[in-house]
Design a protein around this ligand. Structure first.
Ligand SMILES: [Zn+2]
Length: 248
């Protein structure tokens, strides 16, 4: 990592231009931003980010995607993003090509027209128009980059099922209890016609629930804390914000 940063860092003007107005990063202090720049440099060296359907991918676009992706692993480390190399950007929403996605370990954001898709051991696919619109416009609980890369963390233990590999000292029972109770509450709100306290897409299945919870955790943590404090506490233990002892 240090060699990489020393020899191939993201040039500071580009890093500053792309990140200084990104609201998802506004809570980070200078030390955290420096660490995020290192991780983003690592990401761009290790992963390919290519365009589909003729989309030309600029350095700024790559940095914007990689920096937000690396926000998830800021206190986890690069090992959490191993086992795959490819990120594909479509210009806009794209169609799923796979009629039975679950069978292939695929999870995605929308049923027909997709803004993102994440393959177990495979690529992350994103609609650039969605990524771009979320860079500078705060949408509560919405961030397609966070969503799709949260699926990657979830899939680290071999299945995208709403339970990423938990850290030592965390309890699978406590995790499952907190998330399943909130999941059932959300499903009940929807089925009974009450206003859902979270994006109803989260009620699709446990994998989507974790991905959407991660979107709230990074874009609207106070909303998540108010609605589901036990879930917020579990995600805080997993993502470790503010805990510098595990910094890569
Ligand atoms: Zn999803």
């Amino acid at each position: 990592m240090r060699w990489l940063l020393k020899h191939h860092p993201i040039p500071q003007p580009i890093w500053h231009d792309v990140t200084h107005r990104m609201w998802t990063l506004k809570e980070l202090d200078a030390v955290q931003m420096a660490e995020l720049r290192e991780l983003t440099t690592w990401f761009l060296a290790q992963k390919s980010i290519t365009g589909a359907q003729g989309l030309e991918v600029t350095t700024d676009m790559k940095v914007a995607v990689a920096a937000q992706a690396c926000l998830l692993i800021l206190n986890l480390g690069t090992s959490y993003f191993e086992g795959w190399v490819e990120v594909i950007l479509y210009p806009g929403a794209f169609r799923a090509k796979h009629p039975q996605p679950d069978e292939f370990g695929l999870v995605h954001s929308e049923s027909n027209s997709l803004s993102g898709e994440s393959w177990l051991h495979g690529p992350v696919v994103l609609a650039w128009a969605e990524v771009d619109s979320e860079l500078f416009h705060h949408q509560v609980g919405r961030n397609v980059v966070v969503h799709e890369f949260a699926h990657k963390l979830d899939g680290l233990n071999g299945a995208m099922n709403g339970m990423p590999p938990l850290h030592r000292g965390m309890s699978r029972e406590s995790w499952a209890a907190a998330l399943s109770q909130a999941y059932e509450t959300l499903r009940h709100q929807i089925s009974s016609g009450h206003a859902p306290s979270l994006n109803p897409y989260a009620a699709t299945n446990p994998a989507e629930f974790f991905a959407v919870l991660s979107e709230y955790f990074f874009t609207a943590p106070t909303v998540l804390h108010a609605c589901c404090p036990a879930v917020h506490a579990q995600l805080e233990r997993f993502y470790r914000p503010g805990d510098r002892s595990h910094a890569p």
